[in-house]
Each structure stands twice: as C-alpha cells, then as structure tokens.
Design a protein around this ligand. Structure first.
Ligand code: MF3
Ligand code: CO
Length: 258
C-alpha cells in the first residue's frame, strides 16, 4: 500500500524537506579543496538540530552520521570522515531529516571548483534525468514512467544507471513503498495518484553500472573506479507532475527544462 498524504501531512513533509534544503545551501557553499567530509557533516547536523529536526540517517541501520558524502567513485553512502575533497572532484551530498515524525530526503552533486567536460556532462545529465523523472511523477502515470525517464535520459549520453539502489516512498518512515527503480523494470507497477510522496534519486555512472560495497558495509563505489553522480528530491505526485518539497531558491536542482 502506497500512502496518500493529506495536505496537512504534506505541509509537515515540506517542513522536514525545507530543513534538508537549507542544509544543502549551506554545504554547497562550503565545498572547496581540502575540506573533509566530516566537516561538512558536522555543519549539517548543527543546522538540522538548530531547526528542531533530527538527522534521519544517524542510527538508521547503524549508520553513523547525519549525511552521506560521496566523492568521485563513491556512488552513495559515503561515510563522513578524513577524506578531503580535491579540486575538480564530484561531491555528492545526501541529507535526511525527521521533523515532527515526518521525513525529508534530498541529495545533490557538485563539482569542487573547475572540472572537466565529462564530469560536467555527468552532473548535467543526472540533474536532467531527475527533472524528467519528476515531470513523470504525475497522477495517472505509472511508476514505470519514472524509471523510464531516467534511463532514457542517461542512455542518450552513454552514461549508465545504477541498478543496485533505488528511490522510495517517504512519509512517516524514511523508506516506504514503493521502491523506485531508475530504469525500466518491464512492469508498469502501480498507478501514481495525487498525494503520494516519493523520493526520486537517480545514481548515474560515467562507466560501468556495476557497484560494489566496501568492507565498512556502507560505502558503495563504482566497480571501475570512474565517477558517479546522485541527485534526489522528495516530491508529491500532482496532476501536472511532481511538486518538489525539497526545493530551495538559493540552490536549484531537478528542475531544468527539456
Ligand atoms: N537517500 C538515501 C536513501 O534514501 C540515504 C539513506 S542511507 C542512510 O536511502 F543510511 F544513510 F540512512
Ligand atoms: Co533517499
């Protein structure tokens, strides 16, 4: 059963997601050569607590931090620590917040300073894939339309879509039904209805789609060591497409045209 949220609940989900967005704005401005992933995480946790929320990731299945910070070949679930960001690297930041029992979840990738054309294209393509997926999150469409939009967009640029991790419903739990693949599963799945709340999160690799999980049991890296990007928004299904709950004016992603 996929929950249909009332407008009152959607307001609470929006508040949780607005804390997430605020964290993204702050961390975005901090990404520079030499900063450690731990420093980014510390600021995130401070902002979340100061906003009356709790970091949703911390303690989730034993995860030790408020954020996931995934550099370059790290696809997702990079544990903040001593690793320093280098100029030109892709940094993916994933933030989750619980506020009054409702969850927010969003991620974005940025380059640290100037980078090469291929990394730029990976970032733009993943962002575009998310925005098309959000447009597909429209009442009357099927779940399959979301994954198809992502896959088509990334294939056109000869990038690969990660299959081992998926998006999810979000609400009074961080992970709810349905699982949202970023590719065509071949099954149309449930019909989307107004009031469903979805965390859509394409993970896109420059090389192989294959990933492996390190011995820490969290860090997921590309099997070939090539870079990866990750963009995520929490959205409400509406008649005309997904309404983004985790959007911010100061730092825009998942809403480019085309
Ligand atoms: N956005 C990711 C997800 O939805 C990150 C959560 S993993 C955690 O699964 F362990 F850090 F919580
Ligand atoms: Co998520």
């Amino acid at each position: 059963m996929i929950a249909i949220r009332s407008e009152r609940e959607i307001d609470l989900l929006r508040r949780a997601n607005q804390i997430v967005a605020e964290v993204h704005v702050a961390l975005d401005a901090m990404v520079r050569p030499g900063i450690t992933t731990r420093e980014l995480d510390a600021v995130a946790e401070e902002i979340i607590l100061a906003s009356g929320g709790t970091p949703a990731f911390k303690g989730y299945r034993g995860y030790p931090a408020a954020t996931c910070v995934s550099i370059e070949e790290v696809v997702v679930h990079g544990i903040p620590g001593d690793r320093k960001v280098k100029r030109g690297e892709i940094v993916s930041i994933d933030v989750g917040v619980c506020y009054k029992g409702y969850y927010g979840d969003a991620a974005r990738s940025v380059a640290c300073g100037p980078t090469d054309k291929k990394r730029k294209r990976l970032l733009e393509t993943t962002d575009l894939a998310l925005s098309r997926a959000i447009r597909a999150a429209r009442a009357g469409n099927y779940l399959r339309d979301i994954g198809r939009a992502v896959e088509r967009t990334c294939r056109a640029e000869r990038f690969s879509v990660v299959r081992d991790f998926v998006g999810h419903g979000i609400g009074t739990e961080m992970h709810e039904e349905p699982q949202i693949a970023n590719f065509d599963t071949g099954d149309r799945g449930p019909r989307l209805r107004t009031g469903m709340v979805l965390a859509i999160e394409p993970m896109v690799n420059m090389g192989t789609e294959r990933v492996k999980v390190l011995r820490d049991r969290w860090t997921a890296v590309t099997a070939d060591g090539k870079p990866s990007a990750h963009f995520e928004h929490s959205v409400v299904v509406r008649e005309d497409g997904g309404e983004i709950l985790s959007a911010s004016d100061a730092c825009v992603w998942g809403q480019c045209d085309g």
